[in-house]
Write a protein that binds this ligand. Structure first.
Ligand SMILES: [Cu+2]
Length: 146
């Protein structure tokens, strides 16, 4: 009985430890920010596998959705509803592009790096619509400077 109690205590400690390490990162969906109109803030995140990104509705009429061309092979993707404060957990290393569906061409995009990964050449070659392409190139330039 004593051993059972100890085992339970250890299990509880382990459960606490793993949840303490997995973080939730908040990203604001905004009509205007430091980077101009229609932005996610921040527009670039480096997180660890198991971490969650929560998209906060700072202003109305935005969503968060994955970009198929800017996702690792085999990633099923997701699409939040308009005004939904969706939470997305990333378990696998890689780079993940995010777009606001109605404001994609207006440049409302961001990039998430999960774990240890290098930016695939196919991402650089991909032409996102409108201002989104310019914003992604700016993000890639920042990554290159690190
Ligand atoms: Cu938007």
């Amino acid at each position: 009985m004593k051993y059972l109690k100890q085992s339970l205590q250890i299990l509880c400690l382990l459960a606490f430890a793993s949840s303490a390490f997995a973080q939730t990162h908040e990203v604001l969906m905004k009509n205007r920010g430091a980077g101009g109109p229609m932005v996610y803030e921040p527009d670039y995140l480096e997180i660890q596998p198991g971490d969650t990104v929560k998209f906060i509705r700072k202003h109305k009429s935005h969503n968060a959705a994955s970009i198929a061309e800017l996702s690792p092979a085999g990633y099923p993707g997701f699409m939040g509803k308009i005004d939904e404060e969706i939470e997305v957990t990333y378990d696998n290393a890689g780079f993940y592009g995010i777009k606001c569906t109605p404001h994609y061409a207006q440049g409302m995009v961001m990039l998430i790096k999960v774990g240890d990964a290098s930016l695939p050449e196919s991402y650089r070659a991909f032409k996102a619509p409108g201002i989104a392409d310019k914003r992604f190139q700016e993000i890639y330039a920042r990554i290159d400077k690190r």
